[in-house]
Design a protein around this ligand. Structure first.
Ligand SMILES: *Cc1c(COP(=O)(O)O)cnc(C)c1O
Length: 358
């Protein structure tokens, strides 16, 4: 039986957040990004709750196969295409849309016979310098692929490096201009990730690719998810399994990292880095318990987290539920204390944490 530690996943929040994407990008079609098991939320259920999207985007062929196996018939976009030459035929058989980002991939497709039609999106490197054809290589790739039977090149896409950063707004605009100049005129376009959708509504293209905003977190520190009208989808909860009082001068946890400067009451929660909560969370990282924020006191261990509940107005009891992040405590706030981003906390949730879909 489970320890009571769990991740509640709200279907209605997912559906609501998809509506926020439509609000911010009313003209665009939506590739709902559900890679990495829907950022840790469960890809099957996310696909169901987001069925009003125009298609889904994932990173690997395995993720696409799993979606098709569970009955998803929407268009599915493979965000980096495939890496092995013999996987293009498989992608075609599944009816996938594939990104082609390199000349290696163009050659792989050109030199084989595909058994079924493949829809291709050319990825253009507009300045992030991670993936994509350089603008000079686009015309040759486009014409080579256009001549392959069973291949239709239907779109061009690019990815923004800094759409979340106000100081980089010029670079974002510049990337958009480079992309527009390099995109063959007959193709559909896809640019907007969450930050672009929320901050650069005129640079999103015909198809947007929202990820993090669907899960109710924000890609930028400029505004909170709530400011954008987004609802947290995941509530990561753990029960209190022990409460103890310690004297001033006593210490808590491995390495005795936290020391009580006054008599203190410590509550121990049944979650730790074995559940995906980062071990490097410093003292003071907030946890929601008893209707308020309480600070982590002592190093996070594999199965347990200790918090200082001395200042709580209500008495904490064994069995009380704490929220590590969720509707009461934005994952973005927790991430900021820990020195990471909400994306990483959500996607790192361990498989041993049962998901409860509500
Ligand atoms: C993950 C990903 C996205 C989604 O990004 P968010 O910041 O989560 O909205 C969009 N496009 C590509 C190519 C991606 O890899």
């Amino acid at each position: 039986m489970s320890r009571g530690t769990r991740a509640l996943i709200s279907r209605s929040a997912l559906t609501h957040n998809l509506g926020r994407v439509r609000h911010y990008a009313p003209q665009a079609n939506i590739w709902a990004v559900i890679k990495a098991n829907a950022y840790g939320h469960g890809a099957d259920v996310a696909a169901e709750a987001l069925s009003a999207a125009d298609g889904f985007a994932v990173s690997s062929l395995d993720e696409a196969i799993a979606l098709r196996d569970s009955g998803v018939s929407h268009p599915i976009l493979l965000l980096s295409g495939v890496t092995q030459a013999d996987h293009w035929a498989e992608a075609a058989a599944l009816g996938l849309h594939c990104v082609v980002h390199s000349r290696t991939q163009v050659e792989q497709i050109r030199t084989q016979t595909l058994p079924s039609p493949l829809s291709v999106w050319l990825k253009i490197d507009s300045g992030m310098h991670r993936l994509g054809l350089t603008p000079e290589n686009v015309p040759a790739a486009f014409s080579a692929l256009s001549q392959v039977s069973n291949v239709s090149v239907i779109g061009a896409l690019t990815h923004m490096a800094s759409a979340d950063v106000p100081e980089r707004d010029n670079a974002t605009r510049q990337q958009f201009e480079v992309f527009q100049a390099a995109s063959p005129a007959t193709l559909q376009t896809s640019v907007g990730n969450s930050a672009t959708i929320l901050r650069h509504a005129d640079c999103v293209g015909d198809w947007v690719r929202p990820g993090i905003m669907l899960y109710g977190a924000t890609p930028t520190t400029e505004a909170s998810a709530a400011d954008y009208g987004l609802q947290p989808v995941m509530a990561f909860e753990a029960p209190v399994i022990a409460v103890r009082d310690i004297a001033a001068g006593e210490s808590v946890g491995y390495g005795h990292r936290w020391q009580a400067s006054r008599p203190a009451r410590i509550a121990t929660l049944a979650a730790g880095y074995g559940d995906g909560y980062p071990r490097h969370a410093p003292d003071g990282t907030p946890v929601w318990l008893g209707g308020q924020r309480v600070p982590i006191a002592g190093r996070v261990s594999m199965d347990l987290i200790t918090v200082d509940v001395s200042l709580l107005s209500e008495e904490v009891k064994v069995g009380d539920m704490a929220q590590l992040w969720g509707p009461e405590l934005p994952v973005d706030d927790v991430a900021e204390h820990i020195g990471t981003i909400g994306y990483e906390l959500l996607t790192r949730l361990s498989l041993r944490v049962p998901k409860v879909f509500v």
